[in-house]
Design a protein around this ligand. Sequence first.
Ligand code: ADP
Ligand code: MG
Length: 384
Amino acid sequence: MHKIQNPVAHIGIIGGGQLGRMMAMAARRMGCAVSVIDPTPDCPAGQVADQQIVAAFDDQQAMRSLVESCDVTTFEIETIDVTDLIEMENAGHAIYPSPALLARLQDKLLQKQWLVEAGLPTAEFVDAGELNPGTFSEFGYPLVQKARRGGYDGRGVAVLKSADDFDRHLPVPSYIERFVQAEKELSVLVARCRSGHIRCYPVVEMRVHTEQNVLDSLTSPARVSEEVAVTAETIAKRAVETMEGVGVFGVELFLTAHGDILINEIAPRTHNSGHHTIEACVTDQFEQHLRAVMGLPLGSVEQLSPAVMLNLLGAPGSEGRVKLSGLSEALMIHNVSVHIYGKAQTRPYRKMGHATILNQNLETAEQIADKLRDIITISGENEL
Ligand SMILES: Nc1ncnc2c1ncn2[C@@H]1O[C@H](COP(=O)(O)OP(=O)(O)O)[C@@H](O)[C@H]1O
Ligand SMILES: [Mg+2]
């Protein structure tokens, strides 16, 4: 891509996946220049940025040169070595959300401990310690074991129903928490700007693949009572306010069978549950995040149309170079937008793109999503 002239600001993005790509596109639209750091050459965000630094997320020198060459640096992933970033933040560089905050959230056990300290509702948990079967049994099944670091899209999560499942535990530093019988999984995207002004998007209802624990699709607004919606928004805002976060935060919640709301996890970044905002809301989550981290006023979070968003995941059974089929059939359907992330390789359940369906009737939108799930396939050259 050609370099932008007289940029409004130069934005640095750590992480070059689809979130970085959509953020870079929003930044370009706003007249900003973008540099991305990611170890994969021509990563999804690198393809639409002015510049990509090809380096690992623990390459402190590369990280320094990114921060020093940009007006504001932000990130789209949690698995970053924050040591030098904290130093650079202390030296006066604009890095948002704060790397010190990231340090607390990127370790899921520290995050859970913080939630308890802050008086926010969350499922009961203990440190899994040495991973003895006794610790698990004493805590009680069914339980969910979660890796402290590095998990995403369900990869750091093991649902263990009984002691017979102990063999399937993750052999990593982790904690165990109560299995929540969720009536619904909800998400609230909260934006907080540098001056402390806060806004949140309407509550979203998520459907998660039961086996892979990865997001399948979402419906916005969530079909919940006014009371549930207000409680969810209040809890989510309180969390981001308490941590004094700057940027967009994805607050994942469980609505339990008893009507309680618990925080599952907080992502200090734009989130998969906000992709529909690109077509459905006045200000999409990526522009909103940029406004927040650049010190600009937040935009309207008003949703102009009900929406369903379907993740386009790599088909099970194959991997490798991407073969996309069904695109023209999908695009013949009214009010369907398809986003493809430009990843070179697919693998089962990898996030390869998404589709947004706008419709005044959410049931109709869901039926269209069901159709699209069959129409669009993203498979790989090599069978597994
Ligand atoms: N305590 C729990 N009880 C029931 N299901 C859970 C629990 N924790 C996680 N899950 C399921 O696993 C999914 C992924 O877990 P999460 O902690 O959000 O990790 P990730 O970082 O992969 O998103 C959740 O969206 C939910 O469907
Ligand atoms: Mg999650």
